[in-house]
Design a protein around this ligand. Sequence first.
Ligand code: AQP
Length: 325
Amino acid sequence: MKRIFSGIQPTGEIHLGNYVGAIRNWVYLTEEYDCIFCVVDYHAITVEYEIDELKKRTLETALILLACGLSPEKCKMFVQSHVREHTELAWIFNCVTPIGELERMTQFKDKSRQHRANINIGLMGYPVLQAADILVYKAGYVPVGEDQVQHVELSREVARKFNAKYGDIFPEPQVILSMAPKILGVDGTNKMSKTLNNYIGLLEDKDSMWEKLRTAVTDVNRVRRKDPGNPEVCNVYTIHRAFSPNETLLEIDKGCRTASIGCIDCKKTLFSNMMAELDPIREKAVSLNNNIDYVIDVLKTGADTCRAIAAETMDEVRKTIGLFM
Ligand code: AQP
């Protein structure tokens, strides 16, 4: 079975972008692939964070993954820091990765702007650790949102550089994109993001979800109710595509272009379709919250299984690069 690896940061509330851009696709993919999913806590400490929050967010992120439909029967799930081989391999990869490649990463440039007072080596080396996360399991496929494509390309480059220097050990991983690889935030400008505070959280209070959707930016050229709109440039329509059936999409598309419906009508339909899918997830999250030992157990079992796979790769790597064993 072909192997998949992907991760998610415990940096804040899991939002619609994470869900339709990645997590929902992960659930589908468990039917066909050998899947490994990870809450990447070491990635989360590359920016300022609350020490007491990290632990809580890590567990909450795992809980949401389970609530969204990932199950330990169909995939392995664990916390990155519980498998030390990730950081060990990252160090080795540091030694084959040119600094120039890291400096040109869009996320590094964006995060450096957002965190001017803390541009640390970890922030720059983030994609190297990501390459190690993927390649320590020799995963060939990485399902991510569009923002992560450049990092997966860098993983390919790292694998190539390592293989050229030491011999063919690693595959060059390929990206798998979901059907909604880029969801913008409610500001209609930036990618929906945990840290930009432009998100709609999966477990957020329903009234607050609606309020954020109600006021979300749509086609900026549609100023008055009677102006026709253009769904192609509307982020709300992009979210519709992720939640609404084809007939609804056609109706919305036509209604918007002819101004026979307004943005609020469109958002009401979206909210109803969205909640039909999210309500069971939210209910499952409540029940998992009452059974938190189960979540901890899933993570522990996942880490034990993944540690064994990672240890095998690291034995091979240590031997290959000439470490005294
Ligand atoms: N807006 C988005 N649209 C589509 N996919 C998205 N993803 C994130 N935002 C969107 C995908 O979700 C997965 C997990 O993301 P992550 O937690 O590893 O970090 P991120 O990509 O940096 O997401 P955030 O929310 O913006 O986190 P912060 O604010 O902490 O940087 C990935 O597959 C990602 O592509």
